[in-house]
Design a protein around this ligand. Structure first.
Ligand SMILES: Cc1cc2nc3c(=O)[nH]c(=O)nc-3n(C[C@H](O)[C@H](O)[C@H](O)COP(=O)(O)OP(=O)(O)OC[C@H]3O[C@@H](n4cnc5c(N)ncnc54)[C@H](O)[C@@H]3O)c2cc1C
Length: 374
């Protein structure tokens, strides 16, 4: 199977397999439950056929090969509309960090469950008072023998209602410990007694994220990811994935929506105008940047603050595309219950999730351009 580690051969074989194995979602199923069911169905089929395992280390149940193989799977699957970019992105965001920080036996046991769709996981970082200022989080984990007892609240936890487990940040150090050494990370079973998950409705009318409450939740100490105080480092390692590699498949989806817009505009007898050119240029710029990031990852580079550039470009391109839809298809967003409306509204979140646009620009100014605090 190692000839499949060559990206072009891998893509060709995957395309052939996808052509021969119909995973098209059912028509007219737009609920979040339907998306989740389709997500699980697609992952299970791709995992059984081996595709979901390429690009992941053998130590975690993968079949090895370069990281770019998993980007190719995401691009083909999401670009064909077989899965949605939101649920799919959780794989790219959560699995690499779990592999890097969990005990090897834990990663070997758990990662296959995520990649095969047997389980969904979520990311418990943000709290009501701690989003951009993540280091101020107040959820606390207190050691009690060989367990930790967790109390606190998380918010905006995407897909928590479907999740079996959560990568959770909690404060383990006291007031005398500097913030960045006082936070630890845990891999928590969400069916533990004391966990309450309450879905929150978004403005596009979907319960995509949740509040998650932890009341005296007992977590085994061997579910800590890394060592006590490693939580901040884990977050700084995870966020670059959330701000870059998981976009490759999202870009494929945005291109497919751009093509759909061109078709619709042509059908209505309108001229394809300069607004569309600008939307296309923004998408293409994003794709070039994202390609460079994927290739840096392939050479073994560690992703860091430079991924804030990818995040700014993603948010700008996505919002520009759906702003163009708004301008060219009068009423499609305000008056009609179309897919465009949902997408336009969701695109507003692109400058918030994974770190807001303002915070990304601060990181670029301070850490990449060395422009100082003001
Ligand atoms: C669709 C979606 C999905 C999400 N999924 C998850 C998830 O699965 N898990 C999770 O943990 N979180 C998740 N989040 C939360 C997300 O990470 C936070 O919303 C984000 O980090 C911003 O935090 P906040 O909402 O507390 O806003 P705040 O931090 O309160 O920011 C409010 C405003 O102040 C601005 N601001 C704050 N600080 C500065 C500063 N220093 N300089 C300039 N401007 C500043 C911000 O840019 C923003 O405009 C999700 C959010 C969304 C929208």
């Amino acid at each position: 199977m190692t000839e499949l580690h060559e990206p072009a051969a891998f893509r060709a074989a995957l395309r052939q397999w996808l052509d021969e194995n119909d995973l098209t979602p059912a028509e007219g199923e737009h609920s979040l439950d339907a998306h989740q069911a389709q997500h699980v169905r697609v992952l299970a089929a791709l995992y059984d056929a081996g595709w979901m395992r390429y690009g992941w280390p053998e130590s975690a149940g993968g079949l090895g090969g370069p990281d770019v193989l998993r980007a190719i799977v995401g691009e083909e699957v999401v670009g064909r509309g077989l899965d949605h970019p939101g649920p799919y992105s959780m794989l790219d965001v959560l699995a690499p960090t779990l592999i890097d920080y969990a005990r090897p036996e834990l990663a070997a046991e758990m990662v296959p469950r995520l990649l095969s769709g047997a389980e969904t996981w979520c990311q418990g970082f943000s709290e009501p008072g701690s989003g951009s200022d993540l280091a101020s989080l107040t959820t606390r984990a207190v050691q009690d023998g060989d367990t930790y007892v967790v109390n606190g609240q998380k918010v905006w936890t995407s897909f928590a209602q479907y999740a079996k487990r959560c990568i959770l940040l909690a404060r383990t150090g006291g007031p005398d410990v500097p913030n960045h050494e006082a936070i630890s990370a845990f891999f928590v079973d969400l069916d533990s007694p004391g966990v309450t998950v309450r879905p929150l409705r978004t403005m596009h009318d979907v319960d995509e994220f949740c509040e998650v409450y932890f009341d005296d939740v007992v977590v085994p100490a061997d579910r800590m990811l890394g060592n006590p105080g490693d939580g901040w480092r884990l977050a700084m390692d995870l966020l670059p994935y959330e701000r870059s590699t998981c976009f490759w498949q999202r870009i494929a989806y945005l291109y497919s929506r751009f093509d759909a817009l061109v078709e619709q505009v042509k059908r209505q007898g309108q001229v394809v105008d300069t607004d569309m050119g600008e939307a296309y240029l923004a998408l293409h710029t994003l794709r070039c940047r994202s390609r460079a990031t994927q290739h840096r990852l392939a050479t073994g580079a560690k992703l860091g603050p430079d991924t804030s550039v990818d995040k700014v470009l993603l948010a700008s391109a996505e919002q520009r595309l759906f702003d163009t839809v708004h301008d060219l298809l009068p009423g499609a967003i305000e008056l009609d219950d179309t897919q465009w409306r949902t997408e336009y509204l969701y695109s507003r979140a692109a400058t918030i999730y994974g770190g807001t646009a303002e915070v990304q620009r601060n990181i670029i100014a301070r850490r990449l351009l060395d422009l100082g605090k003001e």
